[in-house]
Design a binder for this molecule. Structure first.
Ligand code: MN
Length: 735
């Protein structure tokens, strides 16, 4: 294991070194590079700097500084994390394609394909950054994910870029400062946290906090500064006693006071309803030791010095956080009655705690923890990409993404004793989907700590969870109300979509049977062999797929029937006389059958079904304009009839001309309601100065008989002059 890197705390000396020219020996960048790169590598970086400087020549930042200072500063941030040369080159070049005529090809020739790809990924991210709508934000995150899943270094440069922009946000107008800060807080800081880049994460949060709530920021910053000054003596006394105790126990350790970042203090106040004084009262210390066993020895030693506060101990070494963070956390009763928070970890753990996935570039070793962190990060990205391909709604996707980013987690046990990490608030259904999609789809009940509990039960740390499944069970749409993981939600959505397919399959089956009978064939006698041939011809996976296609109007039932029969050698071709049975519209078809908006058919109207490629079967009245428009293509139109038992309500538009008189509307409404009908909508047409006025109603009726009854009622009103049922814009049916 190499010596611990000194990137963890900002080196103040470095900040005083000149930023430009970056290729001079005493520049910030060169000083950072000298720590871990060879002369040849440093010259590569210098070369890219000079190239970028040439391209950006004459360009200024809003602050008035030469533009090149920005890419150089971004590169410095990444050099502190000891990132590799291609990443540094991409950082230096990250704006050249955007701001000039330089092409990807040119970069590829000069700096290699890897660098060109990284720059390309960054350019694409930048292009969408300016949009503010939630939709665009989601798009932005999607692109980011795709870029990340190919090469995580793209996001590392992006985060450094964002950090420097935040550090220099002062020159922007307040509105822009707030917008950029909110975006940083919503998206970039959580990504940095998820990737374990704590140094960047905390600074991004603090800077965002400063611009979004300048007053709160100032108050907290000042209070912490004062508290630190007042308690200097106390802190150094505690520090001494910790050091002495560890020395007595023969434990070699570095003990330091730990500064909390402002935004975490603010969050703690908000979440726990604490006053500033209560938060500021807590002392934080960090103990760094050589290895993992020593962490536990240290813990024991400190617990014998000061009593631990029960329930405050957390072992993130045995169960690391998903972003790879490992540490022991404990809170002790201090000598002055104040609680002392102590974090204990090894140097290697500390580097991961500070730099997360970026620590990979710090150590070119095959450290088991790091490799595991890389794998977890990869899995996380894969899972998000999986969710994003399953959900077409970008807003919904953003919600998943946000939930998955905030790593407040609960840890629960599977029946086999494995530990699963789930977001806080996860229910048994989330757990079931986390175990396996099939478990989620078939879960019926859950045993939590060996007792039966409802599926909506929230998981708590240490729960022992056992899902009971049944092969016949199906996901319940109501679960959507209480699942919190992206995975569960996206699988449920997927399932609900597939229900629509099931409905179409049933309808398609009935349509095909009708077509077969019209060809004088009995559906039950179609052989498997015949189906197989047709499935092969269509490239369909199964019979259901063909039936669903028929139901959705993508295939013509008669054509499929013909092909099924033609594929049977023994079957003599029937006479081509088509005499279709009618297909009954039962009302159980759900989304597979729709009623045309143009003519609004109701039971009793003579109807035809039109097979629409996207909408499935659309029902029109015989006299609808649409029919003459599409001509009577016998393959597209189907004879359909109403089911006599249909109990649904259908909308009908009525136009009523009445003598202008006070209280007319009330009289008409009473007539409609006496007929047992509801009014869906009323509108009066512009009066034309005559003694008549026209009122349009949309009413709900069961069928034509019901409508006739309603019309009889209205006719009894003497002031009603004329009445029409509207079918489409231009058609009126005299009633
Ligand atoms: Mn930039």
């Amino acid at each position: 294991m190499p010596k611990t890197a000194k990137h963890s705390s900002a080196e103040p000396l470095l900040e005083e070194l000149p930023l430009l020219p970056a290729d001079s020996e005493d520049s910030q960048l060169t000083t950072l590079l000298r720590v871990y790169l060879s002369q040849a590598e440093i010259e590569q970086v210098w070369d890219a700097y000079r190239y970028s400087d040439g391209v950006h020549k004459g360009q200024m930042r809003i602050s008035g500084e030469p533009y090149i200072s920005h890419p150089v500063a971004v590169t410095c941030i990444l050099a502190k994390l000891h990132l590799d040369v291609p990443t540094l080159l991409a950082a230096l070049l990250h704006d050249v394609v955007e701001d000039s005529e330089v092409s990807k090809e040119e970069l590829s020739e000069r700096f290699g394909k890897q660098v060109a790809d990284l720059v390309d990924g960054l350019t694409k991210l930048d292009k969408i950054e300016l949009q503010t709508a939630v939709q665009a934000q989601a798009e932005n995150v999607r692109k980011m994910l795709l870029a990340m899943s190919q090469d995580v270094r793209v996001i590392l440069v992006k985060l450094a870029d964002r950090l420097h922009n935040m550090q220099t946000l002062d020159v922007m107008k307040p509105a822009k400062q707030r917008r950029i800060s909110q975006e940083t807080l919503d998206i970039y800081a959580p990504i940095a946290n998820r990737l374990g880049l704590n140094v960047i994460y905390q600074e991004l949060e603090d800077l965002s906090f400063k611009y979004i709530y300048p007053n709160r920021y100032n108050v907290i910053a000042k209070a912490i500064k004062t508290a630190r000054g007042n308690r200097k003596e106390v802190i150094s006394k505690i520090l001494e006693s910790l050091k002495n105790k560890l020395a007595d126990s023969d434990i070699e350790a570095t003990v330091e006071g730990r500064e909390k970042h402002l935004y975490s203090v603010y969050k703690k106040m908000m979440n726990k309803g604490l006053k500033l004084s209560q938060v500021g009262d807590i002392y934080g210390f960090r103990v760094l030791v050589k290895d993992m066993p020593t962490c536990y020895l240290t813990l024991g030693s400190l617990h014998s010095l000061y009593k631990p506060i029960p329930g405050k101990f957390k072992d993130y070494i045995a169960i690391s956080k998903v972003n790879g963070y490992q540490s022991l956390h404990t809170t002790l009763f201090g000598p002055f009655g104040t609680p002392i928070e102590v974090q204990i970890r090894s140097h290697a753990m500390h580097d991961i705690a500070q730099a997360g996935v970026a620590a990979h570039w710090l150590y070119k070793t095959t450290d088991a923890n790091l490799t595991q962190l890389q794998q977890q990060t990869h899995q996380w990205l894969q899972r998000l990409v999986e969710i994003q391909t399953e959900s077409d709604d970008s807003h919904e996707f953003l919600e998943h993404f946000k939930v998955d980013l905030f790593p407040d987690e609960v840890y629960v046990f599977t029946p086999k004793g494995n530990i699963l990490a789930l977001p806080k608030g996860s229910t048994a259904v989330d757990f079931a989907y986390a175990v396996h999609t099939d478990v989620g789809n078939c879960c019926v009940a859950v045993k939590i700590n060996h007792e039966l509990a409802p599926l909506r039960t929230e998981m708590h740390n240490g729960d022992h969870v056992e899902i009971i499944t049944s092969a016949l069970a199906k996901p319940n749409p109501a679960w959507l109300n209480y699942v919190v993981t992206g995975k569960a939600r996206s699988h449920l959505r997927h399932y609900l979509k597939s229900i629509k397919v099931t409905e179409s399959t049933h309808l398609g089956g009935r349509m095909l049977n009708t077509a077969l009978r019209a060809l004088h064939a009995e559906p039950a006698q179609i052989k498997v062999k015949q189906w197989n041939k047709v499935m092969r011809d269509y490239g369909a996976r199964d019979k259901a797929e063909i039936l669903a296609d028929i139901g959705l109007g993508k295939r013509i039932s008669l054509m499929v029937a013909h092909q099924l029969l033609a594929s049977d050698d023994e079957h003599t071709q029937p006479n081509t006389q088509k005499s279709f049975d009618k297909i009954t519209i039962r009302g159980s078809e759900g989304m597979a059958v729709q009623f045309a908006q143009c003519c609004r058919p109701i039971p009793g109207d003579p109807i035809l079904g039109f097979i629409n490629k996207d909408k499935g079967l659309v029902i029109h009245t015989h006299d609808c304009n649409a029919i003459s428009k599409f001509k009577l293509d016998p393959d597209k139109w189907l004879d359909v009839e109403w089911d006599a038992d249909d109990k649904r309500l259908f909308r009908v538009d009525l136009r009523v001309m009445v003598v202008n008189e006070r209280g007319m509307l009330a009289k008409l409404a009473a007539g409609i309601s006496d007929a047992g009908s509801n009014i869906d909508n009323v509108s009066a047409e512009e009066p034309d100065g005559s003694q008549y006025s026209t009122i349009n109603f949309t009413v709900q009726v069961h069928n034509r008989v019901h409508l006739a009854e309603l019309i009889r009622n209205l006719r009894k009103i003497p002031e009603v002059v004329r009445m029409n049922r509207l079918k489409g814009k231009y058609r009126e049916e005299k009633v």
